[in-house]
Design a protein around this ligand. Structure first.
Ligand SMILES: Nc1ncnc2c1ncn2[C@@H]1O[C@H](COP(=O)(O)OP(=O)(O)OP(=O)(O)O)[C@@H](O)[C@H]1O
Length: 474
């Protein structure tokens, strides 16, 4: 039975396309089977069957945010279009409850000949919002979209960014119970994207969200759950962090396999597409603490309290680390955090200088090794990270077979809200733009930040150089 708590229920869903090699085959398929049947011939086929989606089953509960990930052509858009009712399934069932607003890829939704304003009313009516109500909301829709006088121009004259601004603004104003978003946010500029993200974070508190993106970081940031599609099939459905990690690992394995490189270090070792976007962030992406000591102006107060932002580090244990992948030409053998004086320690303070060391053993010569790390929060959001590339780009450290290497990053442990965190470490070979991961370990070290007496508003806290209130003359 379809529960009231379910917003979307998808059962055995499939979409088949008949692919014809040439247009004439389509005609033959329409006419000849009938002729054949009258002659007692059956099963004449002039096309290939192609299943864009097959056998996909899942439920989305009211209030859930679910990310859909997968390679190009894996069936994500096909799935969303069927959920929104713009595409008919070949087999299976979809049940939805409440009002679903869709923000599908460009091309869907608006009548290109109509002006933006006409499209606002048209879309509103399709969502069942009475015209009188739409009039009341029109100004707010326009303000959100921020496309100025273009609202009076036909939509066919819009840039893709304007199109998405208007489409998103409408979807945000129709009191939807569920929002279905397909790649739309990749089009807008940063300010608009931030505005949409704020809206979505607010919407998440009450509504159901289905979110397709190639940007796995965005999926990780926004969704608690993810569904991975591949070649039209559901591969995995679960907590976002796990699904994204496995998806990236699988992608890298496939990429490596396609260029004939070995991929496995050990059964749990996987490869990842992160290689393309990383090795790890370049300098400048890292947290902007100065090289000189920062004065924490609240230090007096903080030190007066027994429990400040202490961070407890759990030692590196290769068997307990998360997913791993890489070619296996080198292996990371140890990871540790020490105080800046080099003392191995398990407790640090937010704002303290610490050193992260990554040691590795080389099995095959590396002409340009790059070590890197990321610090991630509980949802897998990357808070900051860095790599050795820029420091050694002019003169890479060449490592022969049998050598052992150690990279050390010294940085200020940020002030962190009380929660669990983890550190990904990696050793690649090559350049920032073109490299191969030799060994990447997700969650090599984990740590817990304790009671945040130190001011920390947001993902990480920056120790303040000064805080003042001044009386100004009237
Ligand atoms: N009308 C159609 N006729 C034939 N094949 C189609 C049709 N529409 C989609 N397909 C095929 O179905 C498969 C799934 O397409 P879909 O657009 O759903 O993938 P996707 O995961 O959204 O891809 P992308 O990430 O590139 O947007 C693709 O191989 C695509 O070529």
């Amino acid at each position: 039975m379809f529960s009231e708590e379910l917003t979307i229920s998808v059962d055995g869903l499939g979409k088949k396309y008949d692919i014809y090699a040439k247009p004439a085959d389509r005609l033959k398929q329409m006419i000849l089977p009938r002729v054949g049947r009258t002659m007692g011939l059956h099963g004449l086929k002039y096309h290939e069957e192609f299943w864009a989606l097959r056998d996909v089953t899942f439920n989305v509960q009211r209030g859930e945010t679910v990310g859909i990930i997968g390679r190009n052509g894996s069936g994500k858009s096909t799935l969303l279009q069927m959920i929104c009712g713009t595409l008919h399934p070949t087999e299976g069932n979809i049940r939805t409850s409440g009002r679903i607003a869709a923000l599908l890829e460009l091309g869907a939704g608006f009548n290109p000949e109509f002006t933006g304003e006409e499209n606002v009313y048209l879309s509103g009516l399709l969502y069942g919002i009475p015209e009188k109500e739409l009039r009341k909301r029109f100004d707010s829709i326009l303000t959100f979209a921020d496309i100025g006088d273009f609202i009076e121009q036909p939509v066919k004259t819009y840039s893709s960014g304007m199109y998405v601004r208007l489409a998103f603004s409408i979807a945000a104003h129709v009191d939807a119970d569920a929002l279905v978003i397909d790649e739309a946010l990749s089009v807008g500029d940063i300010r608009f994207t931030q505005k949409c993200m704020r809206f979505l974070r607010d919407f998440q508190k009450k509504g159901t969200l289905l979110f397709v993106s190639h940007d796995t970081t965005a999926v990780t940031n926004l969704c608690n759950r993810a569904i991975w599609l591949d070649r039209g099939r559901k591969i995995l459905d679960g907590p976002t962090k796990e699904v994204v990690e496995q998806y990236l690992a699988e992608q890298h394995a496939a990429d490596r396999a396609s260029i004939g490189q070995s991929v496995a270090l050990k059964p749990s070792v996987r490869t990842s597409d992160e290689i393309k976007e990383l090795p790890m962030p370049i300098h400048g992406e890292q947290l902007a603490y100065g090289s000189t000591d920062t004065v924490v102006v609240q230090a007096k107060t903080i030190n007066a309290v027994d429990v400040n932002n202490k961070t407890k580090v759990f030692e590196f244990d290769p068997d307990r680390a998360g997913n791993q992948f890489g070619t296996g030409a080198a292996a990371i053998t140890n990871v540790s955090l020490a105080s800046n004086e080099g003392e191995a320690s398990q407790l640090f303070l937010g704002g303290e200088l610490v050193s992260l060391s990554i040691e590795a053993e080389v099995f095959k010569p590396l002409e340009a090794p790059i070590f890197g790390f990321y610090i991630k929060d509980r949802l897998g959001q990357r808070l900051f990270g860095d790599n050795t590339y820029l420091a050694y780009s002019e003169q890479p450290v060449v490592a022969d077979t049998g050598r052992r290497l150690r990279a050390t990053f010294t940085f200020r442990m940020p002030v962190l809200p009380s929660a669990d965190y983890s550190i990904d470490v990696a050793l690649a070979n090559g350049s920032q733009a073109d490299h191969t991961q030799q060994h990447w370990i997700h969650d090599a070290l984990t740590f817990r930040a304790n009671d945040c007496v130190t001011p920390c508003h947001g993902l990480i806290g920056i120790p303040m150089h000064s805080i003042k209130i001044q009386q100004l003359g009237s």
